[in-house]
Design a protein around this ligand. Sequence first.
Ligand code: BES
Ligand code: ZN
Ligand code: ZN
Length: 485
Amino acid sequence: MAVINFRSQAKFDKGISVVLVPSDHVRSKHYNFSHRELSAIVNSLSSNRQFTGADGELFPVSLKKNLVLLAGIGELKKLDGTGLRTTLRKAFLSGFVKKQKDIEIIPHDSTESTIKAVIEGYVIGTYGWKKYMTPPIEEKQTKEKHVVIVAPAKAGYAQMVAVCEGVTLARDLVNDNADVVTSTHIESVIRKLIQGHKNAKLEVLNKRELTQKGLDLHLAVNKGSQKEPKLIIVKYTGDPSRQNYTAVVGKGMTFDTGGLNLKPTGHIETMRTDMSGAAAVVGALKNVVSLRLKKNIIFAVGIAENAIGSRAYKPGDVYKGYGGKTVEIGNTDAEGRLVLADAIAYLVKNYKPARIIDIATLTGACVVALGYDYCGLVSNNDDFAREVIHASNESDDRAWRLPSYPQMKEYIKSQYADIKNVGLGKGAAGTLTAAEFLRQFTQDTPWVHLDIAGTAYVESAGRLYYGFGATGFGVRLLTEYLKEN
Ligand code: BES
Ligand code: ZN
Ligand code: ZN
């Protein structure tokens, strides 16, 4: 993790200064850096059409003893936050910047949204998963980078950096091996996060408690596994004067083989990431604790491993979970909704949250519908959905609402149980029927479901401002929502 500081004046005294230059500024010769010599250089580059400030254009110049990287960000009126982060990532990963230990960043303005983009473009944009790579000798010797952003220091900026640390934690949890990030591991991470915080109370339901209390849907999913299933709940009381809790619940499938409806080659390889919802909840917990938010929040992660073997749960069997409804197992690969259904039912009954957000890599259908840049959002409450979408726009973890309507419940009816865990077949509206299954356990508590199957992980490098692997999607969205509501 880089050390990030702020100062109000550009000094051009670091190994490299990255200067963000909108093309409008180049055209009007109106620069954001009050440096005569640099202005003269840019002017001459501009008249020779060597540098125009077009989006993504990089041009290194030397200024006395120092290196300056001009980074074009295009026209201001076309600039959007996602694009700016993406351009910044490109600049920060360029050879000019990569080699430097000390970096000064000079943004084109110091609005909050620009500074946030710079911080996230740096921390999120330059993240890489290197645990299992033998590093070259020179890389071993590189010490932590020091970054200074030219902007008048505000308390909010340090918070933005802190939020990125939650994203990094989630990404590390998702990227690491399935047999490293087990339920036991996740529990110990959570215990460390809340250690010493008296306003955070932990409840852990292991196999024994899940059995005693009848969370049989959760247990069914884990039957083929040697590992301990766990429902881990943290009740965080930041505002003791109120009794109004928001619950955030994450799907934590530490590996999803598909069960006896085994996933084929081409689909199974990334299934250690099927705990990305839980990772987002853990990342948000880290942030809420470190920001000491004065809000009341219940964090919950339902953790299991969907394994195969003679003990594994079987297609066609019926289970009754904590919510009291009987469920026909139409497909053992539709396991996430089973674990979440029990978690939601348990929270509703025992914690009575005012509202629930669940976050899960739930359906391949969501990837078909929305691709990789927007997660799917389904809700039973318009106001709540609007608030979460607002937080989504603010945080750049983008969400798009999909419908939920009364007739949907017909599609998950079973011939011989109350409901079944699959819908229309052939993948038709797979995201909606999965959401409908969850809705049945909410007891009309205002609820938002986030399907992050497409957004949690990058298989081919370089999507938006992420490298290869986990994106940490949802951490910023949850943190932003919890901060503002
Ligand atoms: N974990 C998967 C969904 C998934 C797919 C996440 C691709 C990330 C990338 C989930 O458990 C699953 O397998 N869902 C099935 C449901 C179907 C059997 C009704 C699916 O989407 O195919
Ligand atoms: Zn599955
Ligand atoms: Zn799954």
